[in-house]
Design a protein around this ligand. Structure first.
Ligand code: ZN
Length: 481
């Protein structure tokens, strides 16, 4: 029997094993000169340094021989090489005159006593332009692309190139792009990018936006860009999207609540929503998407950034004073939840039919129904009701043999209801109690920056006290909620 007559999975496994072996044995490094002279400059090069070879190059080398066997193997190798495409901005401008392009003969280079090279100008967008040219001319390569990741490109020119590259790849399912692509892309670009009901290829499954603060000239050109928002166009359809991630802070045309409520009009099937490390989206924007994808959402992470680290992650306010605890508790498919909300109460943990598991994290600034006029004993009662509700929920999940643990970030402390512990900096409370409180405390490994504990230099040590003692201190006014 001919090897190509084997079932596809088996043949694919054999080729994969070969590629893995080739990759392990192949060259994993390349050379760079420590000081490259400018053209016409006479400088002796004394040093050369080794750097790691990019994973893309290693993968390409590993399939060299396979690509030459037959059409079927060539196609398999293209799928392997182009399944994931990473595009980074080019940095550095050296060229090595006597470095072989055959990486297999690199060991010879080690023998050269005086390596030579030139510093030449290289287009920082050269890779992107070449990718665009390649995919435009070789549909075999473009059709193999499933996942693409663009990083470090924020100009009008690169946004166009990114959209052009994406438009060549009909089977693309996972895409990570700078947020500028949303700002400068047209409605037609986005219809093509999301690829819902266009009749060719697959719709986009996962979309990630990364944002950064831009240097002055790039920021200015973005802010002056007149392109109308593609989200205004009803043809831009997010209904096939399963995962949306928005990451990073920017000051220039950031993704905001209004964008999210426009996306929410069609994003009705999201399974994973992740909004992290940014302060331009409030709980209102998050809720618009949560409501739109109410019946499908499984993973929800909303942790905005605050100006002082993670100390007070301010989630924003809800103008209409809506009570969202029940809504969040009722999400039928929710498994992993980590959110920052303005208010929480026991209702958030009341639904024992939930599918929650793993680690549950809730960061809240206050308790539902409390205002500045609420006395400390009422607050202590309501807080106790919350931790009791969390314990009941954890026990209910245990009965279905699913582990759930919970951490509540509230009033500058971290609550671990299943251990009945509260972690925090209680130095002031000790002083105001005149040394009566706490009766018992233990050192804590937690801190305001999470598990790492000691992150900032001026950060005090944290202690852990029992929940009972903590609540006593609250009702006696030693700890202010
Ligand atoms: Zn509530």
């Amino acid at each position: 029997m001919h090897i190509n007559d084997l079932p596809h999975e088996i043949l694919s496994n054999i080729l994969q094993e070969t590629v893995d072996a080739n990759e392990a044995e192949g060259v994993g490094y390349t050379y760079g000169l420590s000081q490259a002279p400018l053209p016409l400059e006479k400088a002796k090069l004394t040093k050369y340094v080794r750097g790691p070879l990019s994973p893309e190059c290693q993968r390409w080398d590993a399939t060299n021989s396979i690509r030459q066997v037959c059409g079927q193997w060539h196609e398999w190798a293209l799928n392997y090489n182009f399944e994931h495409v990473f595009e980074r901005r080019w940095r550095g401008a050296e060229r090595w005159a006597n470095l072989s392009i055959r990486r297999g003969s690199y060991s010879v280079y080690e023998l050269i006593d005086s390596p030579s090279g030139y510093a030449v100008y290289r287009d920082p967008f050269g890779h992107l332009k070449e990718t665009d040219r390649l995919f435009a001319n070789a549909s075999g390569c473009a059709n193999a692309v499933r996942r693409m990741w663009f990083n470090g490109f924020y100009t009008a020119e690169t946004d166009k190139l990114i959209l052009s590259v994406v438009s060549h790849c009909p089977q693309l399912e996972y895409l990570s792009v700078p947020w500028t692509v949303l700002r400068r892309g047209t409605a037609d670009d986005w219809v093509d990018l999301l690829n819902v009901g266009t009749g060719t290829g697959k719709p986009l499954h996962s979309l990630e936006f990364q944002a950064v603060c831009l240097p002055h000239d790039q920021a200015l050109s973005l802010e002056e860009d007149p392109t109308p928002s593609p989200l205004d166009d009803p043809r831009v359809d997010f209904s096939a999207l399963k995962r949306l991630k928005i990451f990073g802070n920017t000051l220039h045309k950031p993704i905001c609540d209004e964008d999210l409520s426009q996306i929410a009009r069609t994003a009705t099937n999201l399974e994973c929503l992740d909004i992290t490390n940014l302060s331009t989206i409030s709980v209102a924007g998050m809720l618009a998407l949560v409501k739109a994808s109410y019946s499908t959402l499984r993973v929800l992470e909303h942790s905005p950034r605050s100006s002082d680290g993670f100390w007070h992650p301010f989630p924003g306010r809800l103008d209409n004073g809506e009570h969202i605890c029940e809504l969040l508790a009722g999400l039928p498919e929710m498994r992993d939840l980590s959110i920052s909300v303005p208010y929480m109460c026991a209702d958030m943990f009341a639904n024992h039919e939930t599918k929650l598991r793993g680690e549950l994290q809730v960061r809240a600034t206050d308790i539902c129904g409390c205002s500045t006029a609420t006395g400390p004993s009422v607050r202590a009662e309501r807080l106790e009701a919350v931790t009791v509700a969390v314990r009941r929920l954890i026990n209910a999940r245990k009965r279905t043999r699913l582990e759930l643990s919970a951490e509540l970030f509230f009033a500058g402390c971290i609550f671990q209801p299943e251990k009945e512990l509260v972690h925090g900096d209680f130095a002031l409370a000790e002083i105001s109690s005149g040394g009566q409180w706490p009766v018992r405390k233990q050192p804590s490994t937690l801190g305001p920056y999470g598990q790492t504990g000691t992150y900032g230099k001026d950060e005090g040590y944290w202690d852990a006290v029992s929940e009972e003692e903590y609540l006593q201190a609250v009702s006696r006014g030693w700890v202010a909620l």
